[in-house]
Design a protein around this ligand. Structure first.
Ligand SMILES: [Zn+2]
Length: 106
């Protein structure tokens, strides 16, 4: 087993989501230090940051690449879009056109 990534407490759902996403890629992962093991008193609270582990060392390099790709995707800003009414270029975080109020067609 190899440790892939350590997450902050509030990122626990994200760690679980990644584990499930790896499963769809055929990569078996574990989230260690989850709430269950904390409840069982296995580890002190201060050490219970969720960790994502790859079970099979052989697939670790591939898992590493996938993870980096997914993290980059998550950090990317939303793409710009063009208003269908007036043709204005709008930043991805806005859902309607600042010029004419047209809605983002996507
Ligand atoms: Zn417009």
């Amino acid at each position: 087993m190899k440790k892939l990534q350590v997450f902050a407490h509030h990122e626990r759902p994200f760690a679980t989501m990644l584990k499930e996403r790896f499963a769809t890629e055929g990569i078996v992962c574990l989230v260690r230090n989850d709430e269950l093991s904390t409840a069982l008193g296995e580890i002190p609270f201060v050490e219970c940051y969720p960790e994502l582990w790859v079970v099979d060392d052989e697939v670790y390099p591939r898992a590493r690449l996938l993870l980096e790709q997914w993290l980059a995707e998550a950090a990317e800003p939303t793409a710009k879009w063009r208003c269908p009414n007036c043709g204005e270029r709008i930043e991805g975080q806005f859902q309607s056109c600042w010029k004419c109020g047209g809605e983002n067609p996507d």
